[in-house]
Design a protein. Structure first.
Lengths: 67, 250
């Protein structure tokens, strides 16, 4: 059980890293893009916009905690 | 063609910077404690990485292409954003730049202080440090090789780019016999972060059913957008840092 936990923690750190909110933001953006695309709306702008918002917010948190 | 070129470039650059970091670790241990054990560690780690690519690459290709693009795209996007976030923090001065000379000195000191106990002619400290260094640095490369390669059905091309980069770094390392301080690692990491995030956006979008204006060429638009966004963020954070320092100083 301990090894399974360590394995999961390793991959979580490896892929998600310092800020889990980035992964949550990306998942929400993907959900919105899929929702719009499957209803026939233009959804190409959703992911670039998501990246802009998520990245700026994550950097803001990181830099505030170091000041 | 564009995808192949980007696939090669991304894997080559990512492999190159990770190989430089692994080389620093192996050099530091080898110079202080001898070469046999660290080189065995490097060999075992390289074998483990090759097995992971050989197993995961074909396994991923069994998934339907849209599912593969959605899952791999989302993973690459989250993974790429980590690289990009760190690169922006480094460029704006909020995080220290990666310094191979400092890493080499620290690793060398640890290696000289560690116990010299050996068994069966093997220096397990050297073996473990080299094995762990190469495996951990290499896992990021494997992740990129497998995800990029599988999504485009070009695992061999991605693996070849990684091998070329690693061979090149080893060859230069053998010639200079010192950590490769002159490789612009921080700039390369910035470029890799941009490429990974751009492909993540493109593939995750395709997997989610998005139709990109301009088809495959949209990747260039995404790359340009993320490039401009990143430079704007670096500029803004540098300004924020200077303002904060001035406020503290007055």
């Amino acid at each position: 059980m301990r090894y399974v936990r360590a394995f999961i923690v390793f991959w979580w750190d490896f892929v998600v890293g310092d800020d889990w909110r980035v992964a949550v933001g990306v998942a929400l953006g993907l959900g919105l893009a899929a929702f719009l695309a499957h209803r026939g709306f233009a959804a190409w702008w959703v992911l670039p916009a998501t990246v802009a918002v998520v990245l700026a917010a994550s950097l803001r948190r990181a830099t505030r905690s170091t000041e | 063609m564009t995808h192949d070129a980007f696939l090669f470039l991304t894997t080559f650059l990512a492999s190159g910077v990770e190989a430089v970091e692994a080389l620093t670790i192996v050099l530091a241990v080898g110079v202080v404690r001898g070469w046999r054990s660290p080189l065995i560690g490097v060999g075992v780690a390289a074998l483990a990485l090759a097995v992971i690519v050989a197993v995961l690459g074909p396994a991923l290709r069994l998934l339907p292409i849209d599912t593969l693009r959605l899952v791999v795209g989302a993973l690459l996007l989250v993974f790429g954003l980590q690289w990009l976030r760190k690169a922006i923090l480094r460029s704006s001065g909020y995080k220290e730049l990666h310094d191979e000379a400092a890493a080499f000195a620290a690793e060398r000191e640890q290696a000289s202080n560690a116990s010299r106990a050996t068994s069966t002619g093997m220096d397990w400290y050297s073996f473990t440090v080299a094995f762990k260094g190469v495996l951990l640095e290499g896992l990021e490369v494997v992740f990129i090789v497998v995800t990029f390669g599988a999504t485009q059905g070009r695992v061999p091309l991605a693996a070849a780019a990684a091998v070329v980069a690693v061979v090149l770094v080893i060859a230069v390392g053998l010639v200079v016999r010192a950590p490769l301080e002159r490789v612009p690692e921080n700039t390369i990491k910035f470029a890799v972060g941009l490429l990974l995030t751009s492909f993540g956006v493109f593939w995750a979008g395709e997997g989610a059913g998005v139709s990109w204006p301009g088809g495959d060429l949209a990747i260039l638009g995404i790359l340009a957008f993320l490039g401009l966004l990143s430079f704007a963020l670096v500029h803004q954070l540098r300004h924020q840092r200077v303002t904060a320092r001035t406020a503290v100083g007055t």
